[in-house]
Design a protein around this ligand. Structure first.
Ligand SMILES: [Zn+2]
Length: 252
């Protein structure tokens, strides 16, 4: 329980930082200064406003100073990060895996929400993410696996983007490089499988509803990120399920 508390708290703090990063990085603004303030009235936020989730609830989801509604993304990201950190802590045996998993979770949430809100994944997320992923691999999957995963997955998405002429942006390809650095080739394969499955379900749904043509690009980043996180958590189990499905389908 203590471990859960620590992980949950670390996740809330990471979520708090993530909210600042998601709001500022796409516009090239510093995540350090100025301090957190209301985007409308510019009032500097107080200690109470800054408490993750609870601050939002205490203030009734509005800015305490001008009553502007605060976007629900703020508590959502904090809760997601907190649950993600707890799940990673449950899953990882060694400290190296824990640190790597927490950082990976943070990068994936940042990439997902910047993509959802702006349609772009800033280089300020993917470039440092790639370097950190490769460096941390010394304590996890190993340097060679990290490097080959990174080049392999990014190369594959790059080729897919070139063939499909759009639909996938440079940010997605760079995110794939980060995912490959953390997961290696096998984890990247599982990620791609899950992301394509989720992406095609969503695309099919939109096509049926007539919301988009075949060429309309969907934000692929959040699917990629969510799939990569699942692959980090349960990659081996997912692969087993997939292999079992393939062998039952082919009647072996
Ligand atoms: Zn305000």
């Amino acid at each position: 329980m203590v471990a859960w508390g620590v992980a949950g708290l670390a996740g809330l703090l990471a979520g708090s930082f993530l909210n600042v990063a998601i709001s500022r990085l796409p516009f090239g603004q510093s995540v350090v200064s100025p301090g957190s303030h209301c985007p409308r009235c510019k009032h500097r936020l107080g200690v109470l406003d800054l408490i993750p989730v609870l601050g939002y609830m205490l203030r009734g989801g509005r800015c305490h100073y001008c009553q502007e509604p605060i976007r629900s993304r703020y508590p959502l990201v904090e809760i997601l990060a907190s649950l993600g950190f707890i799940a990673v802590a449950e899953r990882s045996g060694l400290p190296g895996a824990l640190v790597s998993g927490w950082i990976f979770t943070t990068i994936l949430i940042a990439a997902s929400f910047t993509d959802l809100e702006t349609g772009l994944i800033p280089n300020l997320i993917t470039y440092p993410g790639l370097i950190i992923g490769i460096l941390l691999s010394a304590k996890t999957i190993g340097f060679g696996a990290s490097l080959s995963g990174s080049i392999g997955f990014a190369g594959l998405l790059w080729a897919a983007a070139a063939l499909s002429k759009g639909g996938m942006g440079g940010g997605d390809i760079k995110l794939a490089a980060v995912v490959g650095a953390f997961l290696g080739i096998q984890g990247s394969g599982i990620t791609l499988l899950l992301a394509s499955l989720a992406g095609s379900v969503k695309a099919g749904h939109l096509l049926v509803k007539g919301r988009c043509g075949r060429k309309t690009s969907l934000p692929f980043g959040p699917y990629l990120a969510a799939s990569a996180w699942l692959a980090w958590m349960w990659g081996d189990q997912l692969l087993e399920i997939y292999m079992a499905m393939i062998s039952s389908l082919s009647g072996i």
